[in-house]
Design a binder for this molecule. Structure first.
Ligand code: NAD
Ligand code: USQ
Length: 397
């Protein structure tokens, strides 16, 4: 297949591009490298030394003999460049990772909120409009988030995207219909993924676009089989208080002897997936285009759920790291239950990687190898949107 990967220089997009290329697909990456600019803005660098995109692509060619194309433009701002590329490549699939993906970053200031909404909603809408305008049969595979469902304090068994609801009509007879699961985003970032869902619903209905929306959980891990083949292919490892996600942060904190920063009670339960499963799921989603019907196909891209305090306990038992409960900078429920279905991916053959101590040890070992690149000043989470100011530390913004 001819596949365009939007956001293919990022944490999920880079290993996914390599995996698709390795499977024999003809891959073109589009990325405006804004994520690298954000590192500069935040005064931080990936814990792993990532090569520039040109070096990455040359290394892949050298190691495998396979070429990955690259175009540098802003999908949200440069509609013409996007439409030109789509017209030229006429891709079978576009995998869309090109969004600002960080909740704390999206909450830093009015500028960051506006940037996140403008970037994410326009990137998605430009893609859908261009495919429609060009009359392409392209399958859109979008990376969404489990966070669109919201984190209810009452236990729910989350379905995959849709909810069957019953309501009485004016005669008191019960009517039933299926609706998109009502969203309850916990940050402006998560809100943009909720808005994306409506764009998809509209274009699938009105213009019959083939769309798969992947509700992905928190990704952990760094390297995949493909990114491990050459040091120049190494994947990014975010550990900072904005972009670092919880389990990878705990691995780094344990590796360098810092306390594990549990926000609040640590009762937050989230869905997780290893980066090696992310790349497999993308391939499974692309390859199963025949299963996309008239409406948007929503698949929960998750392996299992964990409570934050349990993750800290596991890492602490492995390494002896101190677990420290810190004031929660986020406005989120202190504790929640989370069970979610992932029947679609199981039916497609995914055998999910579960959290195991060997894999976690590999991650901690990787963090130890690059510990000298860590800046301890960048570890604390400083993007505050918890309204409980009375309990905030002195430096809360
Ligand atoms: P990332 O920030 O590492 O990668 C995103 C890439 O897209 C970056 O390389 C960035 O430069 C590029 N990009 C952003 N806006 C662009 C634009 N307008 N034009 C061109 N390129 C643009 O993020 P990631 O962790 O790889 O996440 C990728 C996608 O997966 C996101 O949409 C995110 O919401 C979703 N996701 C990520 C996680 C996770 O834990 N990392 C979990 C669930 C869902
Ligand atoms: N947390 C801590 N300590 C930390 C960091 C985080 O306790 O040092 C807590 C947070 O308060 C939160 C949970 O861990 O309750 C998860 O936070 P996170 O930063 O790991 O993940 P999140 O902000 O939810 O976002 C990440 C990705 C995002 C993706 C989302 C999937 O950055 O792109 O959409 O995971 S999901 O969580 O399913 O919505």
């Amino acid at each position: 297949m001819r596949i365009i990967v939007l956001g293919g220089d990022g944490f999920c997009g880079w290993p996914s591009s390599l995996h698709l290329s390795d499977a024999g697909h003809d891959v073109t990456i589009v990325d405006n490298l804004v994520r690298r600019d954000m590192d500069v803005e935040l005064g931080v660098q990936s814990l792993t030394p990532i090569s520039d995109i040109e070096t990455r692509l040359a290394a892949w060619k050298e190691v495998t003999g396979r070429t990955i194309g690259f175009a540098n433009f802003d999908v949200a701002a440069d509609y013409d460049a996007l439409a030109r590329l789509l017209d030229e490549v006429r891709p079978d699939a576009v995998v869309h990772f090109a969004e600002q993906r960080c909740a704390p970053y999206s909450m830093k200031s009015a500028w960051h909120k506006r940037y996140t909404v403008n970037n994410n909603v326009n990137a998605t809408h430009n893609l859908l409009t261009a495919i429609t305008d060009l009359g392409l049969e392209t399958h859109v595979v979008h990376l969404g988030t489990m966070g669109v469902y919201g984190y209810e304090t009452v236990p729910v068994d989350l379905p995959e995207g849709y909810l069957t609801v019953s309501y009485p009509d004016r005669h008191g007879d019960m009517r039933t219909r299926e609706i998109l699961y009502p969203t309850k985003p916990g940050s402006v970032y998560h809100l943009t993924k909720s808005l994306d869902q409506l764009l998809f619903q509209y274009y699938a209905g009105n213009d019959r676009l083939k769309i798969t929306d992947l509700h992905q959980g928190i990704v952990w891990g760094t390297q995949t089989e493909e990114t491990s083949r050459d040091p120049r292919l190494i994947n990014r490892y975010d550990y900072d208080g904005d972009f670092g996600t919880v389990l990878n942060r705990f691995a780094v904190q344990a590796a360098v002897g810092l306390p594990l920063t549990v926000h609040g009670t640590g009762g937050q339960t989230r869905a997780f997936i290893n980066i090696n499963d992310t790349v497999r799921c993308i391939q499974l989603a692309v390859d199963s285009v025949d299963q996309v019907g008239d409406r948007v196909r929503v698949m929960n891209q998750i392996a299992e759920s964990h409570r934050v305090s349990d993750l800290a306990k596991i890492v602490s038992e492995l390494t002896g790291a101190e677990v420290r409960q810190v004031w929660n900078p986020r406005n989120e429920a202190e504790a929640n239950e989370l069970q979610a279905r992932n029947d679609h991916f199981l039916a497609l053959g995914l055998d999910p990687i579960r959290l195991r101590s060997e894999l976690l040890e590999d991650e901690i070992e990787l963090a130890r190898r690059y510990a000298d690149r860590l800046d301890p000043e960048r570890v604390p989470a400083k993007s505050y949107w918890n309204r409980d100011r009375a309990a905030a530390p002195a430096d809360a913004a």
